[in-house]
Design a protein around this ligand. Sequence first.
Ligand SMILES: Nc1nc2c(c(=O)[nH]1)N[C@H]1C(S)=C(S)[C@@H](COP(=O)(O)OP(=O)(O)OC[C@H]3O[C@@H](n4cnc5c(=O)[nH]c(N)nc54)[C@H](O)[C@@H]3O)O[C@H]1N2
Ligand SMILES: Nc1nc2c(c(=O)[nH]1)N[C@H]1C(S)=C(S)[C@@H](COP(=O)(O)OP(=O)(O)OC[C@H]3O[C@@H](n4cnc5c(=O)[nH]c(N)nc54)[C@H](O)[C@@H]3O)O[C@H]1N2
Ligand code: SF4
Ligand SMILES: [Mo]
Length: 748
Amino acid sequence: MDEHYRVCHLCEAMCGVVIRHEGGEIQSIKGDRQDPFSRGHLCPKAVALKDIQDDPDRLRTPVKRVGDRWEPITWREAFSLVAKGWQAVRRRHGGKALGFYAGNPTVHHVGAMLLVGPLIHALGARQRFSATSVDQLPAMLASLKMFGHQMLLPVPDIDRTDYFLCIGGNPAASNGSLMSAGDIMGRIRALRQRGGVCVVVDPRLTETAHQADRHLFIRPGTDVYLLAAILQTIFVNGWDRPGRLLALVRGWDEVRQVVARFTPEVVSTVTGLSVEQIRKLAYDFSHARAAVAYGRVGACTQEHGGLTLWLIQVLNVVTGNLDREGGAMFSHPAIDLVGLGLEPGGFDRFRSRVRQLPEFGGEFPSVTLADEILTHGDGQIRALMTHAGNPVLSVPGGERLDQALGSLEFMVSIDCYINETTRHAHVILPPSGPLEHGHFDLIFNMLAVRNVVRYSPALWEKSPDHRHDFEIILGIMKELAVESDWLDRIRMRSMTAVLERLGVEGVLDILLRMGPYGSSYPGLRALKQHVLDRELVKLWSGKFPAIRKTLQHTSLLSDQSMGLSMDRLRAAPHGLDLGPLRPALPERLHTRSGAIELTPSLYQDAMARLEIPQGAPQNEFMVIGRRHMRSNNSWMHNSHRLVKGPERCTLMMHPDDAARGGFTEGAMVKVASSQGTVSLPLEYTTEIMPGVVSMPHGYGHHRAGARLAVAAQHAGVSLNDLLDPGHVDPLSGVAVLNGQRVRVMRPD
Ligand SMILES: Nc1nc2c(c(=O)[nH]1)N[C@H]1C(S)=C(S)[C@@H](COP(=O)(O)OP(=O)(O)OC[C@H]3O[C@@H](n4cnc5c(=O)[nH]c(N)nc54)[C@H](O)[C@@H]3O)O[C@H]1N2
Ligand SMILES: Nc1nc2c(c(=O)[nH]1)N[C@H]1C(S)=C(S)[C@@H](COP(=O)(O)OP(=O)(O)OC[C@H]3O[C@@H](n4cnc5c(=O)[nH]c(N)nc54)[C@H](O)[C@@H]3O)O[C@H]1N2
Ligand code: SF4
Ligand SMILES: [Mo]
């Protein structure tokens, strides 16, 4: 029996697993106790790695759609069909008619991450979308505006904090997000054992809240008022203690001013928290030795997600908790995309054609994808490529998007399944299985609660008939080159040739060596010693702040160098611990001013316009989302192991509300909105706020033409068939997934 060590890539927690296998059969998947980061922790999804690997529904060869049938084709034919079909639309309608949607697993695949940018460039797709705009965009926007780079995301220093304020996150189900940590709940338990406090603010008494010291119910979509009132209370009582941050901050007086009108008395009714509860939060947070405020999906994807995520960081700054031990800290990853010169993205430099929604990093909000496909005129999307995404189930207005995809002239999906989205494609290109390729966390290492680095090789060589995501993308790019003009052809051919030669591991080796812990190549080392003498570099690059920044974060100027390279990583199958988070400011700030921009005008103006809403209509509910440990967005319901147990796609409702409406536990109810009606079983629970109902997203596997045999038996209904894609955060354009209004009725 052989043992294989790897990192599970299914969620952000990066757990180390040990896979025992013999003769091409997986015997067991267990937690790797020798992994210094996850220390043996595992969740039930890890075992489903085997189910995905073995799933008979998972595509192994490319397929093309012929009427309502799928025909297997060769890779050669697939690449040719894709390039021809794509270039035909491009010639007819131009780059404005070409769309690209990147889904969540893209971020979990290094091969795809490295190439998705070049692919979009080669495709000439001008209309870009991704899961970011139904997820963490507000957090990235706050980082872009305050710290100068969207990837400078502060991470809770959970292992050393004394006070963890969790707003709209449920790590007990999600295993932590924008806070990568093996065994996050173990770390929260340890925090409480050492005398610290965990407080959860959520409209539902979640699995996390059960393990916290305090849980505070909040009316969905009102966190912005709560945070403003906490800050107001801190300021009027003189509890602000920015410490050394004060010298780094611009916009201190402005932030005081914009929160001044939001007293606890003013916001109490709308938030559902009492004046005392708000005061206590402000007092406890500002008086803790080290505290950290953290906001996740529930905070990001609500009416004022943009302001909410900004105020969370303001609270960390005002109380001196940004960039200090036990507070909100920046990581120092082995491959530091910021240091390596990844362009800071922009926001609202241009707007979408139909709804005039702001771009972020060149992408439009996914809630307007259907509009862009269905609305006639110059720039209407006629061809779309999806990579690892299922927007029909994951984006509000699913039904309409479903229809829109059916009207495209050409659609291609790089995906392992024929699902609700990819069934509309003309060609599907499936990647190799989850255990057949090497794995490296380019993004989640940047978001980890400790600096760590690991590389997982493939468990097995894939069959020569299969292709990795990396190879599929290169294949498309090479074929597109054939159809391009001579200059593009040369450019693309040389680029693909280099990448093909290097492979994923070769690229990683370069990035690791160039990074802060890297060994540099001998040539670079010589350069460092002889030409780029430290002082000389400082003198010379002092004139060029961008160069200085880049050098500071690469091994050329680093004090952390420990000779990191792919060889070093391969020799450490359980990963390398690079130590706890450490202070990073002001060096890592990327703002033009060199300061923390505490009150960018975007937020200042929005705060001035912010109105406090009036009461809701009596006969309506606010609907919020929900995640379950044994599920993963829309795409893991085909694992028989994970779908076992009680039905999960239920509508949770408080018994008082149920009694008032005459709804019985377990019975089917109809939920209706401006977008449509769905029916699902009702679940009583006192753990949800009266007036609020909750249902999970990612279900709705009843659509004809998908090939997901197990999921179809647990089809459920899609929350996103109810949610109105027109309802967005006015500041960021991000979808409101939590707090939209629905009516609940008994079936006729
Ligand atoms: N098992 C599992 N793990 C996952 C995933 C999965 O689908 N399943 N998905 C992965 C992905 S893509 C992500 S982004 C992460 C998400 O990670 P989390 O954000 O931790 O996960 P959620 O369960 O969506 O937590 C959101 C919480 O916000 C609450 N909420 C809703 N509305 C409001 C509101 O208005 N205010 C406040 N304060 N709270 C509100 C909800 O009740 C819920 O408890 O999880 C990742 N991990
Ligand atoms: N109402 C509501 N909607 C939500 C949310 C919510 O909380 N409430 N959460 C939002 C969030 S946080 C997110 S991240 C999005 C997710 O939205 P999406 O990313 O659009 O959807 P997923 O369900 O993650 O679909 C992943 C797709 O990737 C494919 N796939 C899996 N692994 C691979 C691989 O290795 N390579 C390739 N090429 N394909 C692969 C799967 O087959 C599947 O088709 O959903 C969002 N939608
Ligand atoms: S928590 Fe579960 S799904 Fe996430 S990385 Fe760990 S084992 Fe994988
Ligand atoms: Mo997500």
